[in-house]
Each structure stands twice: as structure tokens, then as C-alpha cells.
Write a protein that binds this ligand. Structure first.
Ligand code: SAM
Length: 288
């Protein structure tokens, strides 16, 4: 990340910069894992950065958090126990808790500094981390998935990119553990990176999930702050198909105060552009 006077720039893979007009630096510290920073910006609210990469902007975080949470939670017939790995800013947990059927949401975040900074400076995402249904564990999600005897209906991997502490979250051993801790109609979704800049990450995740889960897919969203705008999630389940098994009446009857997600957006998110379909060895859409 570089700073020009009055600007904070995310430099992505040395090939693109996204600049935000910074009005105030609110927090900056280093943990054993990464540097964590919160800045106030002129046009995007507060920004959370980890190792100089934008994680959350108050301006558009609702897109990412609604799409990572409501796609699996409205597809599952009755999600009660949810596991979020990563997600220390709390935005995913906030969206999970909107579902009345959810009895418990376990957040496993490796870096307590991210939770602390988010609780202090970004209550709009972290405010629900104190909800009675939430249990926050500061530990490695890979270890938790390997050792827990608990079972979950939905697992959400809201992690950083596949390096540093997050690297093992993009490996087959971890997903075999995730499959073990999912209930019979369990679903897992994962932050999968940019189809434009990191198609390798999207492909690798898809390829490693295929031998482990009977249903594997990818879905897309767009936002303001991530480099290139277009971003992917990986989807896998023990049987539920992300579009065919969606009961849109569940969405309409829940009447949640959402700003991005709805049944059309859910279905459309799984409509992949040709370059991505080919990269994921998907057949082209059937003739309609
Ligand atoms: N929305 C962001 C994105 O798309 O990049 C991710 C937000 S959240 C801040 C990512 C979190 O994953 C970070 O707080 C990081 O500490 C956490 N994380 C990385 N590796 C982890 C691991 N092995 N176990 C648990 N949390 C991990």
C-alpha cells in the first residue's frame, strides 16, 4: 500500500492501484500475522486494510457480506449452526444473524487484532459480534476444522487471499475437514478472489472441491473496492444445488432489510461469463 498526500493506494500485485482519498488515519498496528489499519476516507466511509489490501469499506461492504451469507443461508432449508472462518470485521456474522433459524454462529478468526480494530472503529460491521448467539474464537480456522467435534449446517470461509495464514484454507486437507463437520445437507462457500486477476485461485479452488463435494459451483458479485470490481465465491454442498434447489419464497417471506441480495441476484450470480465457464471446464449454457 502506498500513500500520497491525502490518498491511500492499494497496490495490487504490482500491476494496478486503487486510490482512496484519506481524511484521517484511525488505527495502525502489526500482529504476529499481518499489519492492520483503519482509515477514514472521503468517499468510502471507513476502510479496513490488512497488509495494505482493502478488506472492507463501509461504502460497499454490504454487497460482499450479503452475497457470502444469504446465498447459502437462504438455500439451506433450515440453517441453525453456522461457522464463519476469517471474517474478523464482523460483517458476515451480522448478515448470518439476520436469519431467525440461526441458533449459533461461531467465528474463528486467527488474528485478534482484526476483531479489536473492527470493534473499535467499524461498529457497522463488528457491532453484532457481541450478540448472544455469537461465539468468537481467536484461533486458526484450519486447526479448528481439523479438531472440532461440532457439526455445522453452513460453513463460510471469509478469508484473505491464499497466502500467509490463509494459505492452508485453500487446500484439500482443509476442505476434507470442512466436509466432515458439515451436516447432511451442509453447504460451504468461500471467498475465491478475482476472476480477472486471479483466475488461477478460482480454478484451483474449483478443482480441489470437485473430488470432495458432489455439488460444486462458483458465483460472482461486483463491488467498488476490490481490484477489478468483479469477484468470485466458491460454492460446494453435499447435495443442494445452488439455483435448482432455491425456494425463492423463503427469501420473499423473510422480508430482510437487504440492499443487494434478492432471488434474482442469487440466480444471476451463478450465471458465469464464457471466459470463466471455460476456465472452470463448464459446458456453455444449454440453448433456451
Ligand atoms: N472480505 C475480505 C476479503 O475478501 O479479502 C476478507 C475479510 S476478513 C478481514 C479476512 C480475515 O481472514 C482476516 O481477518 C484474517 O486474519 C483471517 N484469516 C486468514 N487466515 C486465517 C486462518 N487460517 N484462520 C482464521 N482466520 C484467518
Amino acid at each position: 500500500m502506498t500513500t500520497r498526500d491525502g490518498w491511500i493506494d492499494e497496490e495490487y500485485r504490482g500491476i494496478v492501484r486503487t486510490g482512496f482519498r484519506r481524511t484521517k488515519s484511525l488505527f495502525k498496528a502489526k500482529s504476529a500475522f499481518q499489519s492492520v489499519e483503519v482509515v477514514q476516507t472521503a468517499g468510502h466511509g471507513k476502510l479496513l486494510l490488512i497488509d495494505g489490501m482493502t478488506m472492507v469499506s463501509e461504502r460497499d461492504e454490504f454487497v460482499y457480506h450479503e452475497m457470502i451469507a444469504h446465498v447459502p443461508l437462504f438455500l439451506h432449508p433450515r440453517p441453525r449452526r453456522v461457522l464463519v472462518i476469517g471474517g474478523g470485521d464482523g460483517g458476515t456474522v451480522r448478515e448470518v444473524l439476520r436469519h431467525k433459524s440461526v441458533e449459533s454462529c461461531t467465528l474463528v478468526e486467527i488474528d485478534g487484532l482484526v476483531v479489536e480494530a473492527s470493534r473499535r472503529f467499524i461498529p457497522s460491521t463488528a457491532g453484532k459480534l457481541s450478540d448472544r448467539r455469537v461465539r468468537v474464537r481467536i484461533e486458526d480456522g484450519v486447526k479448528f476444522a481439523r479438531e472440532t467435534s461440532e457439526r455445522f449446517d453452513v460453513v463460510i470461509i471469509d478469508s484473505t487471499e491464499p497466502f500467509g495464514p490463509a494459505k492452508a484454507l485453500f487446500g484439500p486437507a482443509f476442505y476434507k475437514d470442512v466436509k466432515r463437520i458439515l451436516t447432511d445437507d451442509g453447504i460451504v462457500v468461500s471467498q475465491a478472489g478475482s476472476p480477472f486477476y486471479e483466475i488461477g485461485t478460482v480454478k484451483n479452488l474449483d478443482r480441489l472441491l470437485r473430488p470432495i463435494f458432489p455439488v460444486v459451483d462458483a458465483y460472482l458479485f461486483t463491488n467498488l473496492t476490490y481490484p477489478g470490481g468483479l469477484w468470485a465465491f466458491a460454492f460446494a454442498s453435499k447435495g443442494l444445488r445452488p439455483v435448482k434447489d432455491l425456494r425463492s419464497t423463503r427469501i420473499s417471506s423473510a422480508k430482510l432489510p437487504l440492499k443487494w441480495y434478492n432471488s434474482d441476484v442469487h440466480v444471476g450470480a451463478f450465471a458465469l461469463p464464457e471466459f470463466l465457464r471455460k476456465a472452470l471446464s463448464r459446458r456453455s449454457p444449454a440453448a433456451v
